[in-house]
Design a protein around this ligand. Structure first.
Ligand code: DGL
Length: 249
């Protein structure tokens, strides 16, 4: 199977990492809209327009499936992308909601949703979780974590101050935290430690693998996946980050 992975920038590589670990695809074609990132501060019409333009890019390839690794795109543009696509388009919000339900089934659980400003504003995770009966939901737009990750500050004072800034006033550790942004899995360890290991963390990459495995037939696994990286600006930078994040030779 040949899959396309779309993200607003480099962050979607965290989803590619999970796809590679589970050897799901023969070929992955990644497109990061690095010229126009971040999407998380843009308005819905812009996010939809950019996403439809990315869809045009993928029409140059015969992909069997398109994954939108970006939570912001998943929250706003899925319906429109599906209308204009010949193949299935899967976002990360529904898989994240299902992964949460599998990991933390109690509807009384205290759930903290983290995302970009746009994702939090969309209420997409709250909608999905609310339909499953979850009621103790809160959300924080932890936007500073995006540039912190892009700077490679996966630990240390800057990250700790940002975590304290966002979580310092929470009355207690949540039962689960949805890492509703491509970048947050890279600081998952620090977030987990901040909550002293008391919170289950939901990672979009793992969630999408769980979702794919239960919705598609993956009897065949691929020891080697062909990877192609494209970006709307500085593709070399994207390939460098891919080497680092994905430990490529
Ligand atoms: N990829 C975005 C997301 O997962 C984060 C970066 C951005 O704002 O574009 O929401």
């Amino acid at each position: 199977m040949r899959v396309g992975v779309f993200d607003s920038g480099v962050g979607g590589l965290s989803v590619v990492k999970s796809l590679l670990e589970h050897k799901l695809f023969e070929e992955i074609i990644y497109f990061g809209d690095t010229a126009r990132v971040p999407y998380g501060v843009k308005d819905p019409n812009t996010i939809i327009r950019y996403s439809l333009e990315a869809l045009e890019f993928f029409k140059n390839f015969e992909i069997d499936l398109l994954i939108t690794a970006c939570n912001t795109v998943s929250a706003y543009a899925l319906e429109e992308m599906r209308e204009h696509s010949d193949c299935d388009v899967i976002g990360v919000v529904d898989p994240g909601v299902l992964a949460l339900k599998n990991a933390v089934p109690s509807a009384d659980a205290n759930i903290l949703i983290l995302g970009t400003k746009a994702t939090v504003k969309s209420g997409a995770y709250e909608k999905g979780l609310g339909e499953l009966g979850y009621k103790n939901l809160s959300a924080i737009a932890t936007s500073l974590l995006v540039p912190i990750v892009e700077e490679g500050l996966y630990e240390g004072d800057v990250l700790q101050s940002a975590l304290h800034h966002y979580f310092g006033s929470l009355p207690k550790a949540p039962d689960a935290v949805i890492l509703g942004c491509t970048h947050f899995p890279l600081v998952a360890r620090a977030i987990g430690e901040y909550f002293e290991g008391q919170s289950t963390l939901i990672h979009s990459g793992e969630a999408i693998v769980e979702y794919l495995e239960s919705h598609y037939d993956f009897t065949q696994r691929f020891e080697k996946t062909e990877l192609k990286f494209f970006a709307s600006e500085n593709p070399e930078g994207l390939r460098r980050t891919a080497k680092e994040w994905l430990n490529l030779a």
